[in-house]
Design a protein around this ligand. Sequence first.
Ligand code: ADP
Ligand code: MG
Length: 616
Amino acid sequence: MSDTIHLLPDHIANQIAAGEVIQRPASAVKELLENAVDAGATEIRLLVNDSGKALVQVIDNGKGMSPKDAENAFARHATSKISTIEDLFQIRTMGFRGEALASIAAVAQVSLKTRRAQDELGTSVEIENSKVTESSSISCAVGTSISMKNLFFNVPARRNFLKSNGAELKHIIEEFTRVALAFPEVYFSLSSNGQDVYHWDGGSFKQRAIQVLGNSYQTKLVTVGEQTDYLTITGFVGKPETAKKTRSDQYFFVNRRFIKSAYLHHAVANAFDGLIAKENFPSYILYIDVDPTQVDINVHPTKQEIKFEDDKIIYAFVQAAVKHALAQFSIAPSLDFSLDASIQQLDAIQQPFTTEKANTAASQSLYEGFTKKNQAHFIAKSNSKQDWKSFFTTLPSADNNQILHDSESYIVKPSSMGLYKDGSPLQVNEEAILMQLHQTFIVAPSHSGCIMIHQQLAHERILYEKFQKATAHPHATQKSLFPVVLELSVSDAILLEEIIEDLALIGYEIESFGPNSFIIQGIPADVNAGNEKNAIELLLEQFKHFSGDIKFSKREKLIRCMARQMAIKAGQALTQKEMHALIEALGECDIPNITASGAPTFVEFKEDYLNGLFSK
Ligand code: ADP
Ligand code: MG
């Protein structure tokens, strides 16, 4: 028998290796942007065609490459960033493994144009299947332009794995955003199929955060900033009201590298404990800076995971820093923040702020642990949480809907329409005096006992059916006299694009207005003008919550969200007339007894049942 092992030819080996680094157009985007940052660029432009499948091009004004470097850059393990193994533990650049360009060159057609400031002429290099096919001198601007064309042209199986253009573009925007957040001092632009998507001027961290999250965050960010000898944390968390049902807008950077860390996420979520509803996620952009010797970034192919020398201390630090920031914001409302009404009602806000509390808020004992490294074991675990909790005695979530839906304390429910053989209990005498209990429940006499209606859920059902009918016969729109401009975050803008047509059926006339911006030209005839911006933002939030639910069509989800959002809320006082109108409208519904998601809208107490309660 002959031997069976053979050495793979270079181009196959490179393609296999490329699989780790370049999974999709967005992976190339990340690598090319990071190279531009490493080259000291102050302006970086990203151009994509066909969501990066046809072209990913990054143009920078960084230091450029010499003619020889330009040819060598695409060889495996070609890097200018480390030369000894010790360097590996002192890394301050994004790249260091010298495999990104090699990987890209193995799976796409690449052209490079580059020039250093000291060279009169630049270099142009063409590469295909990892081989330089052409190299020449050209005149070009200082800096580097790399184009990656036809990704996976030579690996059709992997090309087939690419997702829809929408999905791939979303990944690209995600990577673009991460690098842009890490380097706010750099100008970044993105254009897709020749259309401008973003251009973000260089500025402060806060300015970049707002460019990314949208202008509405101008007043919704709480600044985090703590410094010790061992590590520093800076950045922002969204005020509790910005918490979302989805995990978008959560960013951790360690030494300016975006990382994914469920562990650190948990630390932030913990700091928000009691401030936002359990099922919501806080938004945050946090930058941790630590001595590079304290982290190992070489544990993951795309360096999105890292290992800390002492991760308990980082956890405790992140948690304490976020708590501290939130405490300052909540306890000193007059300084620079206007508080959400639901938070203002909390005992903690209304009680005087004593020195004792100030000390607790500063979590002194926690802070002592961070001045030296390897001291996580000194951190007292439980006490800080107790103290913290006492500042927020009730759950300040404004999302009444969710709470109501989660409640399972309904006792008597009309379980099906079959119950109404002798006529609907919702036929209430016009003259009857109705009672509103706790500004939430309406108690009304019915012909066979009494009914108790949940005003919010009942209204939700009424609106749901109304919108359902409206999508069959488009709804009346009232043109806005003063069209409102809506600025959204990247992901919200994509979402809104997706549902814009369905919103039109319900009566929202919204047009796209430059990248991330929309203009609201008209709103449904029965929505109060003046609140349209808020309404759309809320709608997007709720819609995201639903998005994972594949049971429902987009339209169904939208209708449900709209109904939920526009329903009168529990806690709102109603007049006799309004209560009567509500019951009448509910009675006209096809399925009056439950909301679309299945919560009862009213319960009926039959006379027999009431009598039974009083029998001996
Ligand atoms: P790494 O970034 O890990 O060093 P890459 O394969 O990404 O490896 O890049 C290889 C080398 O090519 C880099 O070390 C750098 O010297 C050079 N290079 C890549 N992109 C640029 C750029 N935009 N400007 C200047 N030099 C670059
Ligand atoms: Mg690199």
